[in-house]
Design a protein around this ligand. Structure first.
Ligand SMILES: Cc1cc2nc3c(=O)[nH]c(=O)nc-3n(C[C@H](O)[C@H](O)[C@H](O)COP(=O)(O)OP(=O)(O)OC[C@H]3O[C@@H](n4cnc5c(N)ncnc54)[C@H](O)[C@@H]3O)c2cc1C
Length: 370
C-alpha cells in the first residue's frame, strides 16, 4: 500500500511515524461492476450507500485530484431542508434525517451542528412567501417557525433592524438547520466506502467513455482504460465538460461561487443567517471565524477562483445587514465551480446511453444533499 502525500507531509511536520491512511490507495483494476466519476460528496456518498445498503462493493471512485479538492471541501457547510416545491422539500428533508444520524452511521465525527437557520424577510410580500414555504415544509414533516421582528431580535440583536432599504420585519426559522464540517463528510464517506471494499483512486482523471452500440462499457483515464458494467458521473462543476465526452450537451452552466472566512472571534452568531434581499449569508465556525458568502460571480468559468468586484459586493451585503462585521478582518477566501441548472433543481438520472448515469445540477446547494 502506498502512503499518500498527506501522510508524508504529516510525518515531516510532526516527526511522528506511522500515520495510518484513512483509506487505501489501490491501483485501478481492469474492470469493476460500477465506476463512479468524481470523489466529491455525491460520488463518495453514492459509493458508500451502494456498499452499505446494497452490498455492491466491486466499485471504484475515480477522482482527478484528491478527495475533497472540489466543492465538498469548498462550500460554506450549511445544511437545511427549507424548500418550497414538492420535488425538492421531501428530498431535502430526507437528507436532513440522514445528517441527523450520519456520524453514528459512518462512525466519524463530522461535527453535525443543528444551530438553526434564519431566513430574514423585509416586506409583507416576503413574509407571505415565507409563510407559504413554512407550510410546505410542515406538510413534508420538516420543522419551520415564522418569527416576527422581536423574535429575530432575541436571536440576533446585532442586525441592522432599521436598515433604510431593507428593515428586518422577521424571519423563517428552521431550528434543525445548521452546519457540518464539510471535509469530514468526504473523509467519513471515503473511509466507510473503502472499509467495505470500494477502491478510491485519486489522481485519476476520466478523459473519455467507452461507448459501444449505445451502451457504456467503461472509461478512458489518465491511468489507462477501465471497464465497468455501470458508470455514474458525479462531477458537479465539471458536469458539462465530462458529459460532452459522452456526446451530451447539458442544460447546466458552470459559474464560480466564492466563500469568505474572517479572523476568529468570540461566539457571536448563534446559527446561520441569510439575507436574501442583499445577497449575503453568514454563520460562525467552531474556530470562531465568520463564514460568509453571497452571489455567484455571474460569468461562465471552470476556474476555482473568483473576482474582486464580487468580494466587494458580498462585503457590502454584510455591512448592510450587520454593520459590526466591518470591524472583523478577512482571513481567507476561495472559489468553487457551481453546476447551475436552469430552474435550480438537480438531476439524478439514467441517460439515453445504457449503463451511464448522471448526478448534477446542484447549483450552490448540493452539500446538504450528499
Ligand atoms: C463557495 C461555496 C459555498 C457553498 N455553500 C453550500 C452550502 O452552504 N450548503 C450546501 O448545501 N451547498 C453549498 N455549496 C454547494 C456544494 O458544495 C455543491 O453543490 C456540492 O459539493 C457538489 O457536489 P460534490 O460534493 O459531489 O462536488 P465536488 O466536491 O466538486 O465533486 C466533484 C469531483 O469531481 C472531480 N472531477 C471532475 N472532473 C473529473 C474527471 N474528468 N475525472 C475524475 N474526476 C473528476 C472533481 O475533481 C471533484 O472532486 C457551496 C459551494 C461553494 C463553491
Amino acid at each position: 500500500m502506498r502512503y499518500s502525500a498527506l501522510t508524508i507531509v504529516k510525518e515531516a511536520l510532526t516527526g511522528h511515524k506511522g500515520w495510518k491512511p484513512v483509506w487505501r490507495e489501490p491501483e485501478p483494476k481492469p474492470d469493476y461492476d460500477v465506476i463512479i466519476i468524481g470523489g466529491g460528496g455525491h460520488g463518495l456518498a453514492t459509493a458508500y450507500y451502494l456498499a452499505r445498503e446494497f452490498g455492491v462493493t466491486n466499485v471504484a471512485v475515480l477522482e482527478k485530484g484528491w478527495i475533497g479538492s472540489g466543492n465538498i471541501g469548498r462550500n460554506t457547510t450549511i445544511i437545511r431542508s427549507n424548500y418550497l416545491l414538492p420535488g425538492n422539500e421531501p428530498f431535502y428533508e430526507w437528507s436532513m434525517k440522514l445528517w441527523e444520524g450520519l456520524e453514528q452511521d459512518f462512525n466519524y465525527n463530522a461535527m453535525v451542528s443543528q444551530r438553526g437557520i434564519l431566513n430574514l424577510y423585509h416586506s409583507d410580500a416576503q413574509r407571505d412567501a415565507y409563510a407559504r414555504r413554512g407550510n410546505a415544509m410542515h406538510m413534508a414533516g420538516a420543522d419551520a417557525e415564522l418569527l416576527d421582528r422581536d423574535g429575530v431580535r432575541k436571536m440576533a440583536p446585532f442586525l441592522d433592524f432599521d436598515n433604510a432599504r431593507f428593515p428586518v420585519q422577521g424571519a423563517l426559522l428552521q431550528k434543525r438547520g445548521g452546519s457540518v464540517r464539510h471535509d469530514a463528510v468526504a473523509w467519513g464517506y471515503a473511509r466507510g466506502a473503502d472499509s467495505r471494499g470500494v477502491d478510491i483512486i485519486q489522481n485519476c482523471e476520466v478523459t473519455g467513455f467507452q461507448i459501444e452500440d449505445g451502451v457504456c462499457k467503461g472509461v478512458e483515464t489518465t491511468r489507462g482504460p477501465i471497464r465497468a458494467k455501470k458508470v455514474a458521473v458525479c462531477v458537479a462543476g465539471s458536469s458539462g465538460r465530462v458529459m460532452a465526452q459522452a456526446g451530451m450537451r447539458l442544460p447546466i452552466e458552470s459559474h464560480v461561487l466564492q466563500a469568505f472566512v474572517s479572523e476568529g472571534l468570540k461566539p457571536v452568531i448563534p446559527g446561520v443567517i441569510t439575507f436574501g434581499a442583499g445577497h449575503f449569508y453568514v454563520s460562525q465556525s467552531d474556530k470562531g471565524g465568520l463564514v460568509f458568502g453571497g452571489d455567484i460571480d455571474g460569468y461562465n468559468t471552470y476556474a476555482q477562483r473568483g473576482n474582486l468586484p464580487t468580494v466587494e459586493d458580498v462585503c457590502e451585503g454584510g455591512m448592510a445587514i450587520m454593520p459590526m462585521i466591518g470591524r472583523a478582518r478577512l482571513l481567507r477566501m476561495w472559489g468553487g465551480v457551481m453546476d447551475m441548472s436552469m430552474d435550480g433543481s438537480p438531476f439524478i438520472d439514467k441517460t439515453h446511453i445504457d449503463g451511464l448515469y448522471f448526478n448534477g445540477g446542484w447549483c450552490y446547494g448540493g452539500f446538504k444533499a450528499t
